[in-house]
Ligand binder design. Sequence first.
Ligand code: F6R
Length: 364
Amino acid sequence: EKAGYKHFMLKEIFEQPRSIADTISGNMSWLKGDGKLEGVDPKSFDRIQIIACGTSYHAGLIGKFYIENLTRIQVEVDYASEYRYRNPIVNEKTLVIAITQSGETADTLAAMKLAKEKGAKTLAICNVIGSTITREADTTIYTYAGPEISVASTKAFTTQLTALFILALYLGKERKTLSSEKLEAYFKLLMEVPSKMEEFLNTERKEEIVKKIALEFYKASDALYLGRYVNYPIALEGALKLKEISYIHAEGYPAGEMKHGPIALIDETMPVIVVATKSKVYEKVLSNVEEVKARKGRVVSIVNKGDKAVKQLSEFSIEVPEVNEFLSPIINVVPLQLFAYYIADFLGYDVDQPRNLAKSVTVE
Ligand code: F6R
């Protein structure tokens, strides 16, 4: 059932191009043409709150960029476990989006219930047909990742990003903040993601390169992950993957925030993994990498092919195909998933069943 892979996690990492393609085609009917997303009127709210836990929360942070940029609707993102106890300002003019792979996470269910009681409209982004959240939400957008067995979430995450991007396009279309030409152009870029990811996974021995870097760092006791803008949440997600399966302490930080404290941690033993693909903040990330380098940090960078400036400052680089910057998190997370996977495997841990963790957290 692992189809020749050593662990489900690795199998699921490699399934991502397919899962993303399925999530696009599975949601095309309501995005394209005269299609409608049943259950929620796209003009009936003036702000959005996204609630989720763990990896799904990181998808929500990126979803905020998508929705705010393409629709200019204000979006807040909360951990479900915080939202439910912070007396949130929520009413009939609020759309609450709950992101959950399993559809059974106790905190996410409770947060959505609270929002519903206060009159909010509710939309679930979920991977499991018929799960509790899909029965309670006004409408559901499914991700078509297929069953995710590994406790560490991989393909659920990249399909959640896909679904959020499609939702942002839809809201932009319905609320007329996005022309049909722009929508078509973005949709075309989205359609290219599976083949770009396939290109990364299956050509030029990328797996070997990541493995080699993992071999260099698997004895580390800490790691820092840096990113900015749409790739800041990818730094958080990369750090979470490393923590949960390899038990190495890791932190994700917005690269621009380093000089306000965390840079004190950097010395010649500290692995610093930087997401530095092309975007409007590339130059900013470059100067952050220079700051790290000046303190002798060991830089591992995720860059696009042809990169010179960041590569020059890095001990190791992993090249990924270039895609639109909004969509770059979907590609950039893949080397970080592989990196965490190989480190955990080198350390001999039970990758699919990490200690202290359960696939779905049905208690508070
Ligand atoms: C991390 C991970 C968890 C889940 C979180 C939410 O790899 O798997 O952080 O993302 O427990 O689970 P769902 O999405 O099922 O609500």
